[in-house]
Design a protein around this ligand. Structure first.
Ligand code: C2E
Ligand code: MG
Ligand code: MG
Length: 586
């Protein structure tokens, strides 16, 4: 590893002069004494290479001034021996008039400068020495940057390739397996988005430190960029060894990281490709470890996968889908469907939820569970989420303007969207632009989103509350359900997850949970909504337990706006003629 030498400006410069001619040496000494420069030069002198090497070995010097023609060594060979012994030492060659050509070759071979004896004065000499030190320092810095990641000090992509090639050659020669692991942090972008880039950098540093503890000294960890790390296990006996390392990594990553006084939890996904089973050259191994990583992410993160040939199909399907989604945003292939929410007691519509649909040119209507995770991963959710908010608000305002009783519209907000910096101002802007009264907008957030970064979440919820919008916790009961946070968050509504409703009739535990959540919600003065109501029996159970609102296929599935209007006018038995003209568009 390269040391980052920083010369203190006030320290003396320790110079080693290797010059066998006493007259030349004296001349240099006098020139140094004459120099007007403020920094003192501590001079050590010797006349032989052998002694010089000993001195270099035993004490440290900032710069070397050397005559290449010595009693025990001649020409460039002198320089090579010095460089082998002390590769990072700046060297200035002292040459006679007759070997100026040699001095030039010495610079090409790595010396920082050369001086011709008898030319120049003390100031020139000291300046040459300082410049040699600085030049060497920037040369080393450049060489370092070409091979290392400056943040973590780990090898970068270039050095990783080199090491991988070398490891595979060695494995081939020994006829032993090797393994390549690709690692990627799950949801790293969320941390960057919420805590800022400095915190992100600090996290990467901590991750690198933990990774180093999981491998042997002869293995390589590299950072390819972002939150992508690779590990080369140069010598393994069995592929299980790679699995053991992967398990250890997942384990050490699962402990909390502390960043700016925040406890942050991250998980890692890993893909493993072994040599020779998953590829015989660096390119194939890299591609396959990457494929295995994709597969690990798709499996739900925080796990590792060994590469298998079938993975290629799944991964390319994913790639196609991501590509299609990017187009979908540009081509406007998204739609909103609406599903009514009713008051459990009076069977009266009291609001509606906007649910995203993707009208895929080939597959037709695609449900959000199939593409929202990809939107999240690619960051497209920010743009699409904004679109959803705007269209839902526009639609609600249009219904209100057409004379329908004003009701709140619910919009789902995903994790990434919630934790983005500009959520509150985006919501405010959209309300402004559409003219919708904030109380007719409700945002649904899942409980796991709130727990990820509770302090920030609390703040965001308060700001949204201050805007005047309603806030609901969606899918309540599926996350960690900490009762503690319910008190601290400014929310209005709990939406019981539909899996509990589904099992009301058959599972006594679920029925008990439903009853308990309704009680809990009411004691905290929250409204309780049940989603996924499909039968009259479920509706009766919920109504009898005091559940406030219900939503589900029993009343209506999510439908396009025109169909929603027809349904609404039908069931509400509003004076059709009054609104029908304005509402029914087709
Ligand atoms: P969610 O917010 O919990 O929405 C309720 C889901 O339950 C909807 O699925 C709805 O169609 C379905 N559902 C409603 N009633 C019933 C019923 O009686 N039985 C059954 N089996 N299902 C019912 P959908 O539309 O497929 O949406 C799934 C999830 O995708 C939503 O769950 C929500 O988390 C997410 N989502 C939908 N639209 C958006 C959006 O615009 N933005 C974001 N970020 N997420 C969205
Ligand atoms: Mg919802
Ligand atoms: Mg839900």
């Amino acid at each position: 590893m390269v040391k980052k030498v920083q010369l203190k400006q006030d320290r003396n410069i320790r110079l080693l002069m290797v010059e066998d001619n006493p007259a030349d040496a004296r001349l240099v000494q006098e020139m140094l004494a004459d120099s007007a420069n403020s920094r003192k030069i501590e001079l050590t002198r010797t006349g032989r290479l052998k002694e010089a090497l000993e001195l270099l070995h035993n004490s440290s010097f900032d710069v070397l001034l050397i005559d290449l023609g010595l009693p025990d060594s001649q020409g460039l060979d002198t320089l090579y021996q010095i460089q082998t012994a002390k590769p990072s030492l700046p060297v200035v060659v002292l040459s006679g008039h007759d070997d100026e050509q040699l001095a030039l070759e010495a610079v090409q071979a790595g010396a920082q400068d050369y001086l011709v004896k008898g030319q120049g004065d003390g100031n020139l000499l000291t300046r040459a020495l300082y410049y040699a030190i600085e030049r060497k320092r920037s040369e080393e810095r450049l060489a370092y940057l070409a091979q290392y990641d400056p943040l973590t000090d780990l090898p970068n992509r270039a050095l990783f390739r080199e090491r991988l090639t070398r490891a595979l050659k060695l494995a081939m020669r020994r006829r032993e397996p090797a393994a390549l692991i690709f690692l990627d942090l799950d949801h790293f972008m969320d941390i960057n988005d919420t805590l800022g880039h400095d915190a992100g950098d600090e996290l990467l540093l901590n991750v690198a430190a933990r990774l180093k503890n999981c491998i042997r000294a002869e293995d390589t960890i590299a950072r390819l960029g972002g939150d992508e790390f690779t590990i080369i296990l140069g010598r393994i006996i069995h592929k299980e060894e790679a699995a053991t390392v992967a398990e250890k990594i997942i384990d050490v990553m699962s402990r909390p990281f502390s960043l700016n006084n925040n406890e942050v939890f991250v998980t890692a996904s890993l893909g493993i490709a072994t040599y020779p089973a998953c590829g015989g050259n660096p390119e194939t191994l890299i591609k396959n470890a990457d494929t295995a990583l994709y597969s690990a992410k798709a499996q739900g993160r925080s796990n590792y996968q060994f590469y298998e040939a079938e993975m290629n199909v799944a991964v390319s399907e994913r790639m196609v889908m991501i590509n299609d989604l990017r187009h979908a945003v540009q081509r406007g292939e998204f739609l909103l469907y609406y599903q009514p929410k009713l008051c459990a007691k009076r069977n009266e519509v009291i609001g509606m939820e906007a649910l995203l649909r993707w009208n895929h040119p080939v597959s037709g209507i695609v449900l959000p569970t199939q593409f929202i995770p990809l939107l999240e991963e690619t960051g497209l959710i920010i743009a699409v989420g904004k679109w959803v908010l705007r269209v839902a608000c526009e639609q609600n305002q249009a219904w209100i303007s057409a004379g329908l009783p004003p009701l709140p519209i619910s919009v789902n907000i995903s994790a990434r969207q919630f934790h983005q910096k500009h959520l509150v101002s985006t919501v405010a802007d959209i309300l402004n632009a559409t003219g919708l009264d904030p109380r007719y907008l409700e945002l649904e957030i899942t409980e796991s989103v709130l727990l990820e970064n509770a302090d920030n979440a609390c703040e965001t919820l308060r700001e949204l509350h201050d805007l005047g919008v309603q806030l609901a916790i969606d899918d309540f009961g599926t996350g960690y359900s900490s009762l503690n946070y319910l008190k601290q968050f400014t929310i209005h509504t709990l939406k019981l997850d539909r899996t509990f409703i589904e099992d009301i009739g058959t599972n006594a535990n679920d029925a008990a949970i439903v009853e308990a959540v309704i009680g809990l919600g009411h004691s905290l003065r929250l409204k309780v909504v049940a989603e996924g109501v499909e039968t009259e029996k479920q509706l009766n159970y919920l109504r009898d337990r005091g559940c406030d609102e219900v939503q589900g296929f029993y009343f209506s599935c999510p439908v396009p706006p025109a169909e929603y209007e027809r349904w609404y006018l039908n069931q509400a038995q509003l004076p059709r003629n009054l609104f029908a003209q304005q509402l029914l568009r087709n």
